[in-house]
Design a binder for this molecule. Structure first.
Ligand SMILES: [Zn+2]
Length: 193
């Protein structure tokens, strides 16, 4: 039994050629036995951190999914921030309240796009939320030139607060997209892609 173990371990030592002179060396050798050159180049680089990073890296920007994400964010934002307060007068999401609503709305938008889209889709919903953010801030701050929507009347805050809250909302879009992708990938693909 012990002799077989020794034989097995000997068999596992693979012979590789030196990158400098071509002399035969074992994989366990740090330096070439013939020329003394480093053997490290030929050892396989096993980087789990790089693999994990790749998993959440997007392959490319999809215009189609950017448009779908746009549609999702416009519909959700329009429904919650514009239509809902118009339909129910009690719900007056002006100013601060309107802006704070964009955070869960855009998060949901990112989540939905992440969940339904094939592959990794993070950038598209974020870009969509960023584009939607501008008219949303304008609408909640001003109304549309005081003809549609009332803008901020009671719950006022300075313009830069709108920008900060919009940035938080866009950030939450990314978190939502990640959450959607995670659910889509499932627990069994946690170790392999
Ligand atoms: Zn060598």
């Amino acid at each position: 039994m012990s002799t077989q173990e020794v034989f097995m371990s000997d068999d596992n030592q693979t012979i590789i050629n030196c990158p400098s002179c071509g002399a035969k060396n074992t994989t366990t050798a740090q330096r070439c036995g013939s020329c003394g050159g480093p053997m490290e180049e030929l050892k396989p680089i096993h980087s789990e951190a790089r693999e994990r990073q790749r998993r959440y890296q997007q392959d490319g920007f999809s215009v189609l999914w950017a448009l779908i994400a746009m549609a999702v964010q416009v519909v959700l934002t329009g429904a919650v921030v514009v239509a809902l307060p118009q339909a129910a007068g009690v719900l007056d999401f002006e100013g601060y309240y309107g802006m704070s609503l964009t955070i869960p709305v855009w998060f949901t938008g990112g989540f939905l796009v992440g969940l339904i889209s094939p592959g990794k889709t993070f950038i598209e919903p974020v870009v969509a939320a960023l584009i939607v953010a501008f008219p949303t801030v304008f609408y909640l701050y001003n109304g549309i030139f005081s003809t549609f929507g009332h803008g901020q009347t009671v719950r006022t805050m300075p313009w830069f607060m709108y920008a900060i809250m919009a940035a938080i909302g866009v950030m939450f879009t990314l978190i939502g997209a990640y959450a959607g992708e995670r659910i889509q990938l499932g627990p069994q693909t946690a170790t392999s892609d």
